[in-house]
Design a protein around this ligand. Structure first.
Ligand code: UT7
Length: 330
């Protein structure tokens, strides 16, 4: 491949220290370790305690620090920061700009991107396109959330699922046959009632009423989301494989969004990929939304080899979903 495109040249991540266990959740709502483990596959999730007084920019800065401890770079060379998050520090200013200032990436322009759990795939697509157009050479894609702030710890349908965490990927220009090769991204906003957090935006600005109505928490019809997630992740994975003349046997790793172990197992089953080639860490971190895929890549980084063909796939609020085909570059 002689066309310029982006390759991931470093990956970092950070999850908060505090572990919220199933036993602790069982005190807050009527649930049990057995139910959560069997129906969702989560044992614990990491939570950034509110008393720490930090936002998602804090997780991002820690993730960047982690990346730089393994693969250092000059922050002044970063030209753009794309921050995929549904839980920015503030509505204004954008979190990417805050991170740029604090990480010394003062030559970069930055913006936030909201695509819920599919945010990392959307961020990679935008970053890859910026690089492929020839104008940029080094871009930081950050993806992560603090879902604990929008989780209703009185709702047993949602509170066992979500956790906090963030990852980041350094994208650089290459003409080698490695990097982001293709992606298929989709969205469908025709059924917002199935998965939403309606409060705090321009339609339902924050007020005593929106708080009383619990509109600042995520609500979902889990069963319907589950079905959409499996079907759409499988379809986009199959489409991206076919479009690149690949069979599932060519793939070294599938990296699925970590929303429910049963969703992951169903997707793997339909794709026909053995479980040992599927990155799964949901039992430790739960669903960190945009953070799940970069956190998986970070955890499996020591096992990845240059040339490994990898499929990333996600589904989340919006709905948003997609599949990205990449070849690992180091
Ligand atoms: O990141 C993208 C967005 N989210 C997702 O991808 C999530 C997709 N959905 C799911 O993961 C699952 O649908 C859930 C984990 C949310 C729920 O699991 P489920 O197996 O679909 O359970 P269900 O909603 O069908 O409920 C079955 C039963 C119900 O009781 P009855 O009516 O049969 O008596 C629920 O009230 O399980 C009950 N239940 C619980 N019981 C103990 C629901 N949540 C809990 C709980 N503990 N935490």
């Amino acid at each position: 491949m002689s066309k310029v495109h982006a390759v991931i040249t470093g990956i970092g991540a950070y999850v908060p220290e505090y572990r919220l266990t199933n036993a602790e959740l069982s005190v807050l709502v009527e649930t049990s370790d057995e139910w959560i483990t069997k129906r969702i596959g989560i044992k614990e999730r990491r939570i950034l305690k509110p008393e720490e007084g930090e936002g998602v920019s804090y997780l991002a800065l820690k993730a960047i620090e982690n990346l730089r401890s393994k693969r250092d770079f000059n922050p002044l060379e970063i030209e753009a920061i794309i921050f995929a998050t549904a839980t920015p520090d503030y509505i204004l200013p954008n979190t990417a700009a805050l991170v740029a200032a604090q990480a010394g990436m003062t030559n970069a322009f930055g913006f936030d991107l909201e695509a819920a759990c599919s945010g990392f795939l959307y961020g990679l697509e935008v970053g890859n396109s910026f690089i492929a157009c020839g104008k940029y050479k080094k871009i930081m894609v950050i993806a992560g959330d603090i879902l604990s702030i929008v989780t209703d710890y009185k709702d047993r349908n949602t509170c066992p699922i979500f956790g906090d965490g963030c990852g980041c990927a350094l994208l650089e220009a290459t003409t080698e046959e490695v990097g982001i090769m293709d992606s298929i991204l989709r969205s469908d906003g025709s059924q917002p009632e199935i998965l939403h957090m309606y409060g705090g935006g321009s339609k339902n600005p924050s007020s005593h009423e929106t708080i009383d109505q619990r509109l600042h928490y995520i609500w979902q019809d889990g069963k319907i989301v589950f079905k959409h997630a499996v079907a759409n992740m499988v379809n986009t994975c199959q489409d991206v494989l076919q479009r690149n003349n690949l069979s599932i046997n060519d793939i070294a790793w599938v990296v699925p969004h970590q929303a429910n172990l049963r969703i992951i197992d169903s997707v793997a089953g339909y794709l026909g990929i053995p479980r040992e080639k599927v990155m799964i860490n949901i039992e430790k971190y739960g669903n960190t939304s945009a953070g799940t895929i970069p956190i998986c890549l970070w955890e499996w980084e020591p096992q990845l080899r240059k040339g490994d063909k990898i499929i990333l796939t996600a589904f989340g609020g919006g709905f948003t979903w997609g599949a990205t085909y990449l070849i690992w570059g180091y």
